[in-house]
Design a protein around this ligand. Structure first.
Ligand SMILES: [Zn+2]
Length: 394
């Protein structure tokens, strides 16, 4: 078996233009509890999966309101969506738009490739493109998605190390994955089985790959159905602490990443069901139960992770649900508006509210400047416009 030694260090002297930083730089600040040079308790950065221009606009509005560190994640299928099926031009288009927003921004932002697959030829091209256009990439090589089996540790290390060799000299941070995560995020990341991260393999993985960010599997799950309705997701926080101990010895700057950690908002589900009922009983019959069956991870569990070295919390499903709820609300309110900007505004502002509350929950505010609202007073409410919600939190 080949032994990998001396992985390249992340080139931290690389300065990205336009208020961009690597995801590692921002999450390390969060793990170390650094806000504007002041030492505070560890906080986390929710990584928002972006699929549209709307999502980017909503995220920046939320970051700037709160003075948060921003982390925008792009999956392969999101990149395809940005450019008629071609993820490579999608990278150029999405990153150019984000950079243009970041340049005008009062905060710092990282852009991250979510679930980059370095094991296939097409996936490799996307990872290579991401290293050029983004500030962070995930090398997701722990699962062989085509054959639905876990990849061997050796293979995972070999592929991930190749990405580190390419990205670290350019200052682009790399997130590896160890263990298999169940659930479905989108067409490209689907798995019906899961395995916990093995602590013995973990040490070898971070030593030989040199990754500074790693997604261990400790019981989280992708998608909106993380368990049977009425049950609670239980994470293996003990295992997280065991892994943290190892990381502290091998590489104390290691950041843990939580995938499949969406915490759903019950009020959003209620709002959606109300709108479905108001639109018509057949709508409520067709979709109401599906909404009620969604199961997320309780935030208390996620908070347990923040104390165990997790500083990047991937956040997607709850934002999608917020968007969809707001769209149902807009359709219920007026289905004949020909000015489609009205629907765009309604859904974008709802997304902004969803991002605001998640950033507040993760205590990712006041990092680059004081929040423009009183965070304790902010209430996430889809019955209220964004302007009113912000005004009420002054
Ligand atoms: Zn994921």
């Amino acid at each position: 078996m080949k032994k990998y030694t001396d992985p390249p260090q992340l080139n931290v002297s690389r300065r990205f233009p336009d208020n961009m930083m690597s995801a590692h730089a921002l999450t390390l600040k969060a793990k170390q509890g650094d806000k504007g040079g002041k030492k505070v308790a560890s906080y986390a950065i929710p990584a928002f999966n972006i699929t549209t221009i709307q999502g980017i606009n909503a995220a920046f509005d939320a970051f700037e309101t709160l003075g948060s560190s921003g982390l925008l994640a792009l999956s392969n299928s999101a990149l395809k969506h940005f450019s008629a099926g071609d993820p490579i031009s999608g990278l150029e288009i999405a990153s150019a738009y984000i950079q243009a927003r970041a340049k005008r921004s009062s905060i710092k932002v990282a852009t991250h490739l979510d679930h980059g697959d370095y094991t296939t030829e097409s996936g490799r091209k996307v990872v290579q493109g991401a290293v050029q256009h983004l500030t962070s990439v995930m090398a997701d090589n722990s699962t062989d998605h085509a054959n639905k089996v876990a990849r061997s540790l050796e293979e995972n290390i070999a592929y991930t190390r190749e990405v580190v060799d390419m990205a670290h000299p350019l200052g682009v941070s790399v997130e590896g994955e160890l263990g298999v995560l169940a659930g479905e995020e989108d067409e490209d990341t689907k798995s019906e089985f899961s395995t916990y991260t093995n602590p013995d393999e973990f040490e070898q993985f971070i030593t030989e790959t040199g990754v500074l960010m790693v997604a261990p599997t400790i019981g989280t799950m992708h998608g909106p159905n993380k368990g049977k309705p009425g049950t609670k997701v239980k994470l293996n926080i003990e295992l997280a602490h065991e892994l943290l101990k190892i990381a502290d010895q091998v590489q104390p700057e290691t950041i843990f990443v939580a995938h499949g950690a969406s915490t759903l908002y019950p009020q959003v589900v209620d709002y959606a069901v109300e709108q479905l009922e108001a639109i018509g009983s057949s709508m409520a019959e067709r979709y109401g139960q599906t909404w009620k069956n969604f199961v997320g991870t309780d935030w208390e569990q996620i908070q347990g992770l923040i104390g165990a070295g997790f500083a990047k919390i991937n956040t997607d499903t709850e934002n999608r649900q917020t968007f969809l709820s707001a769209l149902l609300g807009a359709i219920n309110e007026n289905s004949a508006k020909i000015d489609i900007r009205w629907y765009d505004k309604k859904t974008t502002e709802a997304l902004t509210q969803s991002y605001l509350i998640k950033l507040i929950m993760a205590e990712n505010y006041g990092v680059w400047h004081e929040p423009k609202i009183n965070v304790d007073k902010f209430k996430f409410d889809l019955n209220t416009s964004l302007a009113d919600a912000l005004a009420a939190a002054k």
